[in-house]
Design a protein. Structure first.
Length: 738
């Protein structure tokens, strides 16, 4: 083991085999225990050193066996806090890995073997991940463990970043035996937290109600947050936060864990009989069985962990910076994002070049910067029953082709964007007729349709190649500035007709690897294109997608009141620049609720702004309102998209909702407050601001009133509903007085 790094972020006590990863903000400590078992010691605020405070308390606990072939009754893997627990050998808690040997045994017992340090962050081939631009920004500890009986080596990678309260972890299994084994479960990380009361905060949801923040006290037993849908899903985001019960938006300790992956995931929290909490996170073991041939290796996705001592806002801000700067790779990751108008809710499938022209004619004078042609431009698609898989223009609808639409858009001084749904196929398509076997499904069984679509077998490279070629045939010819990448169903009958029985359990992960491969190839080949992820709204709003696409559509639900919750929940992890938000029509298309243009605008301007309506149908008053929104947003989008975001008051708890954006130099701030229901005799309500410089005087530009930063944060402002009407919004812009 050679330690050659300068200004090391990782101390290794070679005598006691204790590893201490640290920066100015956090420390993560692990060590090697008796029998070479890798123990978890600490993750939390920075400490200077470690002097054995977390020595495992040895107690003879009945019915907790001891290390195999040893007699010390006070030492059991069943209660030892660990970093990556085995299976079927004395630790009855959730295993990190289950490996089936050729003889059928499912016993896994990894012991410490060695470690090494690497500058920067090693690349996880074929997977989305965090990265650093300069090797000096991070260091990585790789701890090697080995199950000698299986002949399998496990490499646990821990990366610490110089400037961030972040540790990333992943695992790699290498089969050094002579025989194949089957991986039934391989977690990316596991960690046993000491006994303490903990709340689990998760992001469950559904179609059109994504990422609804949920908080529950952990009790004995297993709490599981997972997706078995073949996608990270609308239903449960691959994220959990473990918070001390007193933690709120501004204070308290909280540990966040985010899986950088877009497929089936499993987060399990097991509160053991002595109150310790085991956190295990990775690819879901459901529908997963990976044949690992002799000599082969398996790399898990990565988990990004954040530790915050300044509550949930502190955690979110760390995630926002990390995802924006060191997960997203697009050249747009720090660019002002264009204000777009999308034709979906304006026309659905019913459009032609004239209709597009009328939207362009109306949108351009409003200052809107990009037009996106959504679903329906290809094959012979006039509804959602046909043509997925046929990525060539629908000449009946657009006789002059896509180049004509692109030119019309560019002639208006706007950028041009186009919709694709690369992973799915309609039975009524040329591609399906030519390759009916390119679809996921079990022979001699029915295949589940969803939105009348099948899923292409992206576990097979020739299928991915075909879609790549079809897409490049369009993108090479037509000047396109943006792509919306949709995926409108979840996976079923997950079986690849081109695989064999030994490898069938690999299909759902291989599917996602195929998706990543296509995204990698396209984003590399077209670096000028801004990609936006989408999956029937926000069904794949995850960090895996952010590696390829710096923004995502969070929901088909444009109702601003519903959006308050969706955007509030999404902001727990994902940066505002990634959260697209469009002004829709009133009444709203899905819900039918009527809201003012001001309310819709304020919610949409709290994200990456766009419009989801027919600009040609707007009244003159609405056109003026849109124009003013666009001007205002252009002035402030840098602050919204790249400022520091503070959640102030939650739509999950209160009738008043508030959030704000502060510039890095604290010279500017933008406050949004929303009152959901009006009241005749309203209780006075005060909103206190955050993140300002207390010594600074700020001018509120609308009123020209001056306030101290300390006043705005300590006294706050009345945000009592002054009107009796429902659904009202106020926007306040503050600028530091020179
Ligand atoms: C689902 C998306 O979320 C919508 O915005 C739209 O693109 C439709 N798909 C088109 O089919």
């Amino acid at each position: 083991m050679a330690v050659t790094l300068q200004q090391t972020l990782i101390d290794i006590d070679e005598q006691q085999l204790v590893f201490h990863l640290h920066n100015d903000q956090i420390s993560y400590i692990l060590g090697v225990e008796t029998g070479n078992v890798l123990a978890h010691l600490y993750f939390g605020p920075r400490v200077r050193g470690y002097h054995g405070e977390r020595q495992y308390p040895r107690i003879d606990r009945g019915f907790s066996g001891n290390l195999p072939d040893t007699t010390d009754r006070t030492y059991s893997k069943d209660d030892l806090p660990q970093e990556y627990g085995g299976n079927n050998t004395g630790d009855y808690r959730q295993p990190a890995a289950i490996i089936r040997a050729a003889n059928g045994a499912r016993t896994v017992d990894f012991r410490y073997q060695d470690c090494r340090l690497e500058a920067g962050k090693p690349d996880l081939k074929g997977l989305p991940q965090t990265y650093v631009e300069d090797e000096d920004e991070a260091q990585t500890l790789i701890v090697t463990l080995r199950d000698a009986t299986l002949g399998i080596t496990l490499e646990l990678a821990y990366t610490i970043y110089r400037e961030r309260p972040v540790i990333t972890r992943s695992a790699r299994l290498i089969n050094q035996s002579e025989q194949a084994v089957d991986l039934e479960k391989v977690a990316s990380m596991q960690m046993d937290l000491p006994t303490q009361p903990l709340d689990a905060i998760s992001l469950p949801g559904s179609y059109a109600r994504e990422r609804q923040l949920s908080r529950e006290r952990l009790n004995r037993g297993v709490t599981q947050f997972e997706s078995r849908r073949g996608a990270s899903s609308h239903h449960m985001n691959p994220f959990v936060a473990l918070a001390a019960p007193n933690t709120n938006e501004f204070q308290g300790n909280v540990l966040g864990a985010l899986l950088i992956y877009s497929g089936n995931h499993q987060i399990s929290l097991e509160r053991d009989p002595i109150g310790q909490t085991r956190l295990t996170m990775g690819i879901n073991e459901y529908n997963f069985d990976w044949r690992l041939a002799a000599g082969d290796s398996f790399q898990t996705p990565e988990v990004a962990m954040v530790y915050s001592t300044t509550g949930l806002n502190g955690m979110s801000q760390a995630y926002h910076d990390l995802l924006r700067d060191w997960v997203a790779r697009s050249r747009y990751k720090r660019e002002p994002r264009p204000i777009l108008i999308n034709n979906w809710e304006a026309t659905y499938f019913d459009f032609d070049a004239n209709k597009v022209q009328s939207i362009l004619d109306a949108a351009a004078p409003l200052g809107i910067e990009m037009f996106v042609l959504d679903d329906g431009w290809f094959g012979h698609r006039n509804d959602d029953n046909s043509s997925l898989g046929d990525w060539f223009v629908n000449r009946n609808k657009l006789p002059e082709g896509l180049a004509d639409i692109s030119k019309r858009t560019h002639d208006k001084g706007m950028r041009f964007g186009l919709w694709f749904e690369p992973e799915n196929i309609s039975a009524d398509s040329e591609l399906y007729r030519a390759h009916p076997d390119w679809v996921l499904g079990v022979p001699d069984r029915g295949r589940t349709l969803s939105r009348n679509e099948y899923v292409l077998d992206f576990s097979q490279s020739d299928v991915v190649d075909n879609i790549f070629e079809q897409m490049t045939a369009v993108l090479d010819k037509v000047p396109i500035d943006y792509i919306k990448w949709d995926m409108n169903r979840n996976l079923t009958e997950v079986y690849s007709p081109h695989s064999d029985s030994a490898h069938e359990g690999e299909t759902s992960h291989r599917f996602i690897l195929g998706v990543y491969d296509l995204m990698e190839r396209l984003t590399k080949r077209y670096p000028q294109i801004l990609f936006e992820g989408c999956s029937g709204g926000g069904g794949r709003f995850d960090a895996g997608l952010m590696y390829y696409m710096p923004q995502s559509w969070p929901s088909d639900n444009n109702d601003p009141i519903e959006r308050l919750k969706i955007q509030y929940g999404t902001s727990l992890v994902y940066p505002i620049s990634a959260i697209t938000a469009h002004v829709g029509t009133s009444p709203d298309e899905l819900l039918g609720r009527s809201t003012s243009m001001k309310m819709r605008g304020a919610v949409a301007m709290s994200g990456t702004l766009g419009y989801e309506l027919d600009a040609a149908q707007l009244s003159d008053a609405d056109k003026q309102a849109v124009k003013a929104q666009v001007v205002f947003y252009k002035q402030h989008r840098e602050l919204v998209q790249y400022g520091t975001f503070y959640r102030l008051e939650s739509p999950f708890e209160s009738n008043t909702v508030a959030w704000m954006f502060v510039s890095p130099d604290q010279k500017e701030a933008l406050l949004f407050t929303f009152v959901i229901l009006g009241a005749v005799q309203p209780e006075p309500h005060i909103t206190k601001l955050a993140g300002l410089d207390p010594q600074q005087t700020y001018v509120e530009t609308d009123t020209n009133k001056m306030y101290g930063g300390d006043e705005l944060m300590q006294l706050g402002l009345y945000t009592t509903p002054v009107q009796t009407s429902d659904f009202t919004a106020q926007v306040h812009y503050f600028k530091a007085k020179d």
